[in-house]
Design a protein around this ligand. Sequence first.
Ligand code: HSE
Length: 293
Amino acid sequence: MIKVKVPATSANIGPGFDCLGVALNLYNTFYFEEIEKGLDIQGCCEEFSNENNLIYTSMKKCFERIGYNFKGIRIIIEDDIPLSRGLGSSAACIVGGVIGANEIAGKVLSKEEILKLAVEIEGHPDNVAPAIFGGMTVAIQDEDNIHYSKINVAKGLKFYAMIPDFTLSTKESRAVLPKEIPYKDGVFNVGRVALLITALTNGEFHLLKTSCDDKLHQIYRGKLIQDFDRIKEKCEEFGSLGMFLSGAGPTLMALDEDKNSKFYDDIKGFLKTLDNKWEVKPLDIDFSGAMVL
Ligand code: HSE
């Protein structure tokens, strides 16, 4: 059996809408095997155990691209990445499926070709690139080409994923975005995303609070998440370095120095007082990306 482990990802990182993303040490593991016929999916609920399963449809697209005629497929799923929470569970399924199929077909596609196909399936590159390559990445699509670059994030940063018990689909979360934005909002984001990248690489963590601000998506999406503003305020009060919406939400991500363990206790205590249930997961950057084991 082929075993593929894919990390969770947090996309956008505030102002880097649809282009920035980071891989984190929370994983889905997939096992793949070609069988005589049919489809056998184990380890997920009945709703997803069929031909529409995203891992399977991604495998089929990869087989088509390579020109490999498969007989049947068995997929076993061990998923730790929560679904529809803004932590890249769809990207993990797509990347896992494409890599699994590529292995079965004899490792035909390069990592770059895997990226291109996975972006075609997902629609944007910000989760897919870090899921494949690990670390923090900038990735953009230019017509048919995907350009990406890794960001060398300075040491000492901890990510705190605040994950609620409710879901929010990317479709729903994109539906609230405007068709056009004021010119000054574009300028607002360009400056902040540039500052964010230099602050992260230079270890100038005091600049993160301002540089995580955004006017392209968070101001619209924040309204879909009960207590978004209160949690943001509390993160600041408890001394976090910055806070942003993870991907399309509803998970919120706080940044802090990894030596400050007090933030975790403080924010956990506060989240307990809210109407919805929130879990806090301290996470680190995954530097390896998807791995065939
Ligand atoms: N950049 C995407 C979004 C990530 O924010 O909609 C979710 O797929």
